[in-house]
Each structure stands twice: as structure tokens, then as C-alpha cells.
Ligand binder design. Structure first.
Ligand code: FB9
Length: 293
């Protein structure tokens, strides 16, 4: 049937075949899973098959307490400065923090405890109450460990999270003000650094990443800390693929974990492996509409 037939009224003298309402439509040449979400599903299935439980990371706004203080990150640490962290203007802070826990954390910063001499600085609760966009998912890990410590008797736990984190970075081809952090946490009695290294080998091999090497590193919340490297056959060079370590007693003990409970954890980004896997060289191609320059 055409516009002419309709306009002229000629359609009345034509015979048309009846509608086939069972006809299948034409597959639209569009609709794809986002590369980041495809790689996220790969990581999620690896974590699930290794017995991990996903952490609730659906809250981007955190208190400085869970994001920094509970991780034994001192209040004058440069990571807390405005050029690295997005603090909220309104509301500036929240006061609904568990007071007994806040007191224990403040004490271990100010005068030490559990065998640690602490940082010996005048720790301020008001600083811990400031709200921010979480700079790492480790803020959720600390909260989950606090909940775990309240379960008696203690049972070992394996948690993971893959979600957005926000840093006030200077933007460039490979850095945006946000990225997706992948994080794994294992809490058990007498877990060792050897368990961490052995676990990394297995975990990364499931992503096709082998031949790992470890380099001593520093995080305020882990001691020892290890940067993880893998030799990339394509680039013919060692590529940093993540960071890891054992959460310090100054973090674990105030949360309520027993002295013989050890927590190993590691993190990487979702963007880096996705960019390499899909040959994306400008991180902006991963976010928003691809601009064909
Ligand atoms: C501000 O930047 C942080 C981000 C991001 C990162 C770094 C550390 C953690 C962490 C942690 C942690 C440590 C101890 C305890 C708990 C969490 C999480 C994300 C990546 C971590 N990195 C990273 O993802 N690199 C990477 C990962 C996989 C990969 O796969 C390819 C197929 C081979 C390739 C590269 C390392 C670097 O890219 C680094 O320059 C950038 N890092």
C-alpha cells in the first residue's frame, strides 16, 4: 500500500494479503552489553565460584569515618585533601556513627592500643563525621568486617565488591574522576601472606593473567602491602595489575575482630583490564557515548 493509493482512493480497487500477526520483527542492529559490564560479570562469576559473597555497595556517600578513620588512615593524610576527595557541602556531616566504635578508633589514632603506639595526634570526631563520595570500596569492607566481628562465634568470611569510587583526580586519557574498583576480602583465623599470594595466583589465572610478581608497597591500612605485577606478553613488559595486603591490627581490633583473626584483601580497577581486553586507548570511550572524532 502506498501514499498515492491512499490519497487517490485507488486502494479500494486493490486486493491486499491479510496481515500476518505472527511475523517475527527484523532484529534491530543495535543493543550491546557495555564492555565494563561484561568484564564485571566475568569478575563476579569468578568471585561467586570461589565462594565469595557480594558486599552492599549501593551507597556512594560515605562518612570519613568508614572511608578513612576506621582504616587507620590519619586525619592529616594527603588523601583526605580536597584535591583528592569529593567532600559534600550539604549535608557536611552525619552524626549517626556508633559512638563506642568511634571512640575505639579515635583512641588507636591518638594514643595507640592493641600493641600499637598509634599516630599520637589530637584526633577529632568532627573530622570523622564529614561526608564524602567514597574514594575506595574498602570503606564498605571495613563496615562489613565490623558486622562480621559482631557474629559470635566467629565464622570465616569471603567478601567482594565491584563498584564505582570517586577521586578528585586531574583528568587525562587514562584517568577520570571516578572508576570501578574490584575488591576481595578474606577473613579467617591465622591467614598468612602466603595465602594471599597463593590466592592471587589462582584468582588472576581465572582471568587469563599469569606469571605474577609482587613488590613491597605501602597502604595506611595494610601491613605488609604488595603491589601485584604480571608480565604482559603483548606489551613485552611488566604491568601493575593491582594492590593488596593484610589489614593492620589498628584497623581490625577496634572493629571488634579477635587478635588471631587475619584479614587479607586486594584491589584492582575494572577499567584497566577492560581497556586492555577491548583495545580501548582513551578511557572516555568507556564512559558515555563514543565520540567519533
Ligand atoms: C588511583 O588508581 C588506582 C587504580 C586502581 C586500583 C589500585 C589499587 C586498588 C586497591 C586496593 C586494595 C589494597 C589493599 C587492600 C584492599 C584494597 C584498587 C584499584 C588500578 C589498579 N591497577 C589495575 O587495575 N591494573 C590492571 C588490572 C588488570 C589488568 O588486566 C589486563 C589484562 C592484563 C591490567 C591492569 C593498577 C594500575 O592500573 C594503577 O595505575 C591504577 N590503579
Amino acid at each position: 500500500i502506498t501514499a498515492e493509493l491512499l490519497a487517490s482512493g485507488e486502494w479500494k480497487n486493490q486486493s491486499f494479503k491479510s496481515y500476518n500477526f505472527n511475523a517475527v520483527g527484523i532484529q534491530p542492529p543495535s543493543g550491546h552489553l557495555h564492555p565494563l559490564m561484561k568484564v564485571r560479570e566475568e569478575f563476579r562469576s569468578i568471585f561467586f565460584e570461589m565462594g565469595f559473597t557480594e558486599m552492599p555497595t549501593n551507597k556512594f556517600v560515605e562518612s570519613s569515618f568508614w572511608n578513612f578513620d576506621a582504616l587507620f588512615q590519619p586525619q592529616q593524610h594527603p588523601a583526605r585533601d580536597l584535591q583528592d576527595t569529593f567532600f559534600l557541602k550539604d549535608p557536611v556531616s552525619s552524626a549517626d556513627l556508633p559512638s563506642d566504635l568511634v571512640a575505639k578508633v579515635g583512641q588507636v589514632h591518638a594514643e595507640g592500643n592493641y600493641g600499637s603506639i598509634g599516630y599520637r595526634y589530637p584526633w577529632a570526631r568532627a573530622e570523622a563525621e564529614k561526608l564524602l563520595l567514597r574514594t575506595h570500596t574498602t570503606a564498605v569492607s571495613s563496615y562489613m568486617l565490623h558486622l562480621l566481628a559482631q557474629q559470635k562465634p566467629f565464622r570465616p568470611a569471603k567478601y567482594f565488591s565491584i563498584d564505582r569510587v570517586f577521586r578528585n583526580e586531574t583528568l587525562d586519557a587514562t584517568h577520570l574522576a571516578e572508576f570501578h574498583q574490584v575488591e576481595g576480602v578474606i577473613a579467617d583465623r591465622n591467614v598468612t601472606l602466603g595465602d594471599l599470594i597463593g590466592f592471587m595466583d589462582v584468582f588472576f589465572r581465572k582471568m587469563g593473567i599469569t606469571n605474577l610478581r609482587y613488590k613491597p608497597a605501602y597502604n595506611p591500612y595494610t601491613e605488609p602491602s604488595l603491589e601485584i605485577f604480571s608480565y604482559h606478553e603483548g606489551f613485552k613488559k611488566w604491568v601493575e595489575i593491582g594492590n593488596s595486603g593484610m589489614f593492620r591490627p589498628e584497623m581490625c581490633r577496634p572493629l571488634g575482630l579477635d587478635p588471631d583473626v587475619r584479614v587479607i584483601a586486594w584491589g584492582l580497577s575494572l577499567e584497566r583490564p577492560t581497556m586492555i581486553k577491548y583495545g580501548v586507548d582513551n578511557i572516555r570511550e568507556l564512559m558515555g557515548h563514543k565520540v567519533d572524532l
